[in-house]
Each structure stands twice: as C-alpha cells, then as structure tokens.
Design a protein around this ligand. Structure first.
Ligand code: G3H
Ligand code: ZN
Length: 285
C-alpha cells in the first residue's frame, strides 16, 4: 500500500485515545522487523530515522530512507516515515524528497526564546513542503549518550503554560513533552508524571509525543496513552532485543560466520518486541 502520512496516523490514534508506535530504525533488519511486527499486530506504524542514524551511515540519508520507503510501500499495514531529532538544516531539507511526511526538529537544548524562534522558522518552512512537524519543549534527557537529567534540573519537565505559548507561537503540529522519561534507558524503570501529563493534555490543542519510551514500563506506557500521548517513540528496546538475540545465537554457535544466521534471530526478536509494544499502546480488544 502507498506510504501513509505520520500526521494522519497520529490523528487517527488520538481520536481513538490510543497511540501510534514510532520505532527508530538503524539497519535494514530494523526496517523489516518493524514492518513484520506491525503486520502481526495488524496496526499502522511509523518508521523513524534519526539524525544519529544518518551520522552512522556516513551522513547519507538516502540508502536507508529509500530502503524504508520501498519496504513500507510493500507492507500490508499503513507505514509512515518520520525524520527524528533533526538539528541540521541540510538534513531537514532532504526530508520530503526522501519520502518522509514528518520531521521532529530538536532545539530543546536551547533556551526557551531561541528554541521558539528556531522552531517557528522550521515549522513555517516545513508547512510549505507539506511536512508535519514535531518539536520538543522541556528536555527529555539521555540524548547522545549523556546521563538522564535529574528530575529537578531546569527543563527536565515541560511547563504547561510555557508549552501552550510555544505551540501557539511556533505553529508546530505535535509536541514532545518531558514528563519523566529519558532516552536510551536499558531498564524499564522510568516513572512518569501523570499529573503534569493531564495538565498538558488539557492545555494543548496538538497531539503529545513521548520520547525515551524504552525505559517506561508497560503499565506506565498504557497510562500515558490513556492520558493523552498519541505518538510513542521507541528505539533502545529494539536494540536490546536484537543484540540479545544475536549474543545468544553466537554463544550457541561459536564457529558460525554467516551473518544471515544471527541477523535472522535479531530481526525476529525485534519483530516480536514491536508486536508486543503495539499491543500495549493500541490494544485491539
Ligand atoms: O526519538 C526517539 C526515542 O525517543 C527513542 O528513545 O531509545 O529511549 O526508546 P529510546
Ligand atoms: Zn527521542
């Protein structure tokens, strides 16, 4: 089926008070696993390519983007492409031509006024390209290998009134909020601030996005979706599944050399994780 659009998938999820899962993909195996996992769950899904993943691919977006678009076009469920955590203008400007219907512009590390000014300029430009634009206010910690922010650090939580002004003045289509999750956690121990989420949900007229969701336990994820989160970004959970399965396979087959043998196991483990997580975010009963 043709590529879906992120904005449509998020709007459909929000209307049902569920969330669309957005998985970060690094390799072709990630792409195939996310699609297989979403097909098994018979649910739409978003494939995300982050600026860091592009850096890993020597700064080239198109090899992975073209593969993702081709695989998405052959999927049995709606699949959209999203460019994630973009800071570089040059990358941003490739989004639409490379098949992405949405971009997350990340200026959350900047002071409020600079974040707003930069985000507003990007949102204005993105809308001329037909791109749905997500931004972040308050900083979800743990980016780029840095330690999680202390819960009381400035910016570690999104301020509801500031967020209301930021959305109104920037013109973004969705907002990533800092409510207690942190990027790249390998334990599922994050505790979310559901009171704050309630204030944000009631105060804002755009869908809310949860980042750093790998560290959030299932019951907290489900509660966040019930509380107004409509897009859930997941990356590390897939890497944990992939690496764990490959590690086990190589331990069991110390003489094996064919990458297809262990990549099959890694891809299967990621697909299983995708199906399971989609079930938490958008139960089918
Ligand atoms: O934008 C990507 C996500 O926030 C992924 O975070 O790797 O901690 O799940 P995670
Ligand atoms: Zn993120």
């Amino acid at each position: 089926m043709p590529l879906a659009r992120t904005g449509d998938l998020v709007a459909e999820a929000a209307a049902k008070r569920t969330a669309v899962a957005a998985f970060n993909v690094i390799t072709l195996e990630h792409v195939e696993a996310v699609i297989a996992g979403a097909e098994a769950a018979t649910s739409p899904v978003v494939l995300q390519v982050s600026e860091n993943a592009v850096k890993f691919r020597h700064g080239r977006l198109l090899p992975l983007a073209r593969a993702a678009a081709t695989a998405a076009g052959a999927a049995a469920v709606p699949v959209a492409l999203h460019l994630d955590h973009v800071k570089q203008d040059a990358l941003l400007r490739q989004a639409a031509d490379a098949g992405f219907s949405s971009v997350m512009y990340d200026a959350a590390h900047l002071p409020y006024r600079q974040n707003l000014a930069a985000t507003r300029a990007v949102a204005d430009w993105a809308h001329t390209q037909g791109l749905w634009i997500e931004a972040e206010l308050g900083e979800v910690g743990g980016k780029g290998g840095r330690p999680p922010l202390d819960a009381h650090a400035p910016g570690a939580r999104t301020h509801p009134e500031e967020a209301r002004r930021f959305v109104a003045e920037s013109g973004v289509d969705a907002l990533a909020v800092a409510i207690g999750s942190s990027h790249a956690m390998t334990t599922r121990t994050a505790a979310l601030d559901h009171h704050l989420l309630g204030l944000l949900d009631r105060g804002l007229n755009v869908p809310l996005v949860l980042h750093g969701s790998s560290g959030v336990p299932d019951d907290e994820l489900a509660a966040a979706v019930g509380g107004g989160i409509a897009k859930v970004n997941i990356g590390t959970a897939l890497n944990i599944a992939m690496t764990g399965a490959i590690r086990t396979h190589l331990a069991d087959h110390p003489d094996g050399v064919d990458p297809r043998a262990y990549l099959t196991e890694g891809r299967r483990a990621m697909a299983d994780a995708v199906t399971r997580l989609i079930g938490v975010l958008a139960p089918t009963v």
